[in-house]
Design a protein around this ligand. Structure first.
Ligand SMILES: Nc1nc2c(ncn2[C@@H]2O[C@H](COP(=O)(O)OP(=O)(O)OP(=O)(O)O)[C@@H](O)[C@H]2O)c(=O)[nH]1
Ligand SMILES: [Mg+2]
Length: 396
């Protein structure tokens, strides 16, 4: 009898110990999960970035084992990083334009990767640097997840491996399936240029006119900003410098009628390219969008199918604000390309990642100064290489 009681007491003690162990394990897991999320939680950032999810298997479906934490998830070696296709001058312009950005979040990352061990706390710090880097929360999450989930524990010890992963993911964000620009598909090729005031629309149009006339094309400009006093004179000035004609209307006249006249003249006189300037500000935002929609309809009346491209100009110095502007315009206008201006002097050049991730339209050109020759084609590979160039050594 006594023997039996002892046995029962022993069993109860064992169950008690097991329960305590279970509770302790659960508490430890909770605190680990919490530590993992602190950067995003602390910053209050919500992202719509796709989460990696494992679907519940269907009955009979073969289940692949989960990759172990200390294994690289991809068994296959990653392909070589694609080569950039721009000249040395463009590479230098990117490098100079991105100097301040490299001194900002890129250098901060470099300092973290220089630490001996990338532990949970360092990962948390990396996430925080990315989240506050003016590249937008979606792009930041995508890059962070590729580092955290795409590298084994051993690879996380190597700054080179981490930089390579970051470069690769950044290139994936920028280089989606965009067709190269071809202005010979129509004659004239009609390009509508939009953007809020002061971002550099008129300056960019002047630079484009110069670039395309130098390549032997006949270019015509349309002074569609009739709202701001002196906007037409400003475009005429650029027209003189690039030696191209400008179609203009009356001050405070209807911008659509100016653009209609320009496209009609482009068709009749067989110009190669018509570039239409527009206002960046009206009495109200809704008024601006309605007017821009009308401009599009009128282009199509003057030449069915026009405009053939609609580019949004964004100012790189405004950081995340540029992403917000892009979203607003995208909702109402069919944007087909981006020009990012004022890369020179911006510490927020990484914003291009957020813009591409958000808009899913190609960046066509970047502005690297105020002069007529300060426009460069955009090449995602060269841009990313310049963005992270010498990051480790500069950070040291
Ligand atoms: N540093 C630098 N300045 C630029 C660049 N592009 C434009 N700017 C300057 O930005 C200012 C505004 O340029 P605009 O071309 O007038 O801008 P906008 O979008 O036409 O402005 P609104 O007509 O008022 O809507 C000017 O002082 C330009 O010289 C660039 O790539 N780099
Ligand atoms: Mg303007």
């Amino acid at each position: 009898m006594l023997h039996q009681t002892e046995l029962i007491q022993f069993a109860i003690a064992i169950i008690g110990i097991i329960l305590v162990l279970l509770v302790l394990r659960r508490a430890a897991r909770k605190s680990r999960d919490k530590a993992n999320l602190t950067a995003r939680e602390r910053l209050g950032v919500e992202t719509e970035a796709p989460q990696r999810q494992r679907r519940r298997p269907r009955p009979g479906q073969k289940v692949e084992p989960e990759p172990r934490e200390d294994e690289a998830p991809d068994e296959e070696p990653e392909a070589e990083e694609p080569e950039a296709e721009v000249d040395a001058d463009t590479r230098d312009a990117y490098k100079a334009g991105l100097a301040k950005t490299r001194g900002g979040f890129v250098a901060k990352l470099g300092r973290l990767f220089g630490k001996k061990k990338i532990d949970a706390q360092t990962l948390d710090e990396i996430e925080e640097v990315l989240m506050t880097a003016d590249i937008g929360p979606r792009a930041a999450t995508r890059i962070f997840d590729s580092v955290k989930g795409g590298l084994s524990r051993d690879e996380l010890e190597s700054p080179d491996k981490i930089w390579s992963k970051i470069r690769r993911t950044s290139k994936e964000i920028l280089a989606f399936d965009a067709k190269p620009l071809d202005t010979t598909t129509h004659q004239p090729f009609v390009l509508l240029v939009l953007g809020v005031n002061g971002v550099g629309k008129t300056t960019t149009i002047g630079k484009l006119a110069q670039k395309w006339t130098t390549e032997g094309k006949r270019v015509l400009l349309a002074a569609g900003d009739t709202f701001r006093a002196a906007a037409t004179e400003q475009l005429e000035e650029w027209g003189k410098r690039a030696k191209v004609d400008v179609v203009k209307g009356k001050p405070n006249g209807d911008p659509s009628s100016v653009i209609f006249d320009a496209v009609k003249r482009g068709v009749e006189e067989k110009f190669d390219i018509v570039i239409c300037d527009t206002a960046g500000r009206l009495h109200s935002n809704a008024g601006l969008m309605d007017e821009l929609k009308k401009v599009r309809r009128v282009c199509d009346k003057a030449m069915p199918g026009a405009p053939h491209e609609t580019w949004m100009v964004l100012d790189a110095t405004t950081g995340q604000n540029a992403i917000a502007q892009a979203k607003t315009f995208k909702a109402d206008m069919e944007i087909t390309g981006i020009v990012l201006t004022k890369l020179d002097g911006s510490s927020k050049g990484g914003v291009v990642l957020g813009i591409c991730d958000e808009m899913k339209v190609p960046v066509r050109f970047v502005g690297v100064g105020e002069k007529i020759g300060d426009l460069r084609p955009f090449d995602p590979h060269a841009f990313v290489d310049a963005l992270y160039a010498d990051a480790a050594s500069e950070a040291a």
